[in-house]
Ligand binder design. Structure first.
Ligand SMILES: [Zn+2]
Length: 430
């Protein structure tokens, strides 16, 4: 088996730096190395020790660049790649004005394939090695995404978006067809190579109680699958949910009542939560996903990252493309930092990097497999140039330590900071 040895500064984690002293969770080596055997990382340690132990390994020396686990985007919409940065709307108008007309185009499988390939390549350009995506109501949109990811050997999570009300006629399925199509796609793709299927109601305003119940039934038949949806993104949305589900205790209850609350539930946004919702999410071990560039771009609100993290809730980080305004998880970390500042907490670079890798992987129940720079994980790796532009390098050369050197790249970096990407042990830019 071919051995690859990557040399540079290595950053990994042994715990959650959002809880307790972040220092205790960090594994940092300024002269580190990552050993790859086949598709997996087999060791992380000092460059000197791993070079001596594996003289037969092929060496790639990244100098003082930072070797990290590849970024994991825990919530996005690949069909919205083409409408990113569209002006002037909040959530409901955004969907009606931009999203729904664009998603209707995905009835054409050629369109779906082209956008899926473009999205995955843009993600890799930005150092993101796993995407968790909503598709459209069209089953070929799911085939296109999983197929393009398989061509790139990328671990992805995706599902057919289900909607049977409050959407244009050409974007509606039914309770029965949502169940049937989702089941067929799940059986076709879940566990095939690096693909994972997620049962995907868009959000409760666009599903009837009958459809939510049908998808809840499907999830109970396949509890090993993730279920992804949206929760409490904007106040007018929450008021609409209250009108549509007058008997529900709160927004989360519109899922809970139909079997759509569970440990493998993934709830995007979760900005305006009631205490009961926080308690129930924690009780069942579900995860929420923070989408900071989307939350400011769409005008949704300020997610309470540290408040929720302290309750023990699992939290992933995501671009929410195209409601989010960037494909970059660096820019996404910067936006999380900015929202944290507005809520009175300055997130440490270690906490931001953990969220973009380990935190997202944990929210997907894939800890140790992806988003992890350690033995046994898949070798999905992103190498960061900490002086990728003149503006960044004139700051990072003054750095007192690695965090001071890394933070300008988090705040100001983009795809130019991505020096290299490895996917399942293969170097992308070889
Ligand atoms: Zn979303």
């Amino acid at each position: 088996m071919t051995k690859q040895l990557l040399l540079g500064q290595t950053l990994g984690f042994s715990g959650n730096p959002l809880i307790g002293d972040w220092n205790d969770a960090v594994q940092l080596d300024s002269a580190g190395a990552v050993l790859i055997e086949g598709k997996q990382i087999s060791a992380v340690g000092s460059a000197a020790a791993l070079r001596a132990a594996h003289p037969d390994a092929k060496v790639t020396d990244y100098g003082d660049a930072l070797i990290s686990a590849g970024f994991v985007d825990a919530h996005m919409h690949y069909p919205q790649t083409g409408i990113i940065a569209s002006w002037g709307k909040q959530l409901i108008d955004w969907l009606n004005t931009y999203t729904f007309p664009e998603e209707a185009r995905f009835s054409d499988p050629r369109c779906a394939t082209e956008v899926a390939e473009r999205t995955l390549d843009l993600a890799l350009d930005h150092g993101t090695t796993t995407l968790t995506s909503f598709c459209t109501i069209h089953p070929p949109s799911v085939d296109a995404f999983f197929g393009a990811a398989a061509d790139r050997d990328m671990a992805v999570i995706a599902g057919k978006t289900c909607m049977d009300r409050n959407a244009p006629d050409n974007l509606q399925d039914t309770a029965q067809s949502a169940y049937d199509d989702s089941k067929a796609l799940l059986e076709k793709w879940h566990g095939k190579g690096r693909a994972s299927y997620a049962i995907t109601p868009r959000f409760s305003p666009t599903s009837t109680p009958e459809q939510l119940a049908a998808l809840g039934a499907l999830w109970s038949e396949h509890p090993d699958c993730l279920m992804q949806t949206h929760l409490s993104e904007q106040l007018p949305e929450i008021a609409w949910v209250r009108d549509l589900f007058p008997d529900s205790r709160d927004y989360l209850d519109t899922y809970e009542a139909f079997g759509l609350l569970g440990a493998k539930g993934l709830y995007g946004h979760a900005i305006h939560l009631e205490q009961r919702e926080i308690d129930r999410l924690n009780e069942v071990g579900a995860a929420v996903v923070h989408c900071p560039t989307s939350n400011t771009f769409i005008g949704s609100g300020l997610f309470d990252l540290m408040g929720l993290a302290k309750t023990g809730l699992s939290i992933g980080l995501a671009t929410d493309t195209g409601g989010g305004s960037s494909f970059s998880m660096l820019r996404t970390m910067a936006a999380a930092y900015e929202i944290g500042q507005l809520r009175g907490t300055a997130l440490h670079p270690a906490q931001l990097m953990w969220l973009a890798t380990e935190g997202s992987a944990k929210s997907l129940h894939m800890s140790g497999q992806i988003g992890h720079l350690g033995a046994g994980a898949m070798a999905d790796i992103t190498v960061l140039d900490l002086g990728s532009t003149p503006a960044i390098s004139q700051r990072s050369v003054r750095a007192a330590d690695i965090w001071d050197a890394l933070f300008p790249t988090i705040m100001m970096g983009d795809d130019r900071a991505i020096k290299d990407v490895w996917i399942a042990g293969q170097r992308r830019q070889a």
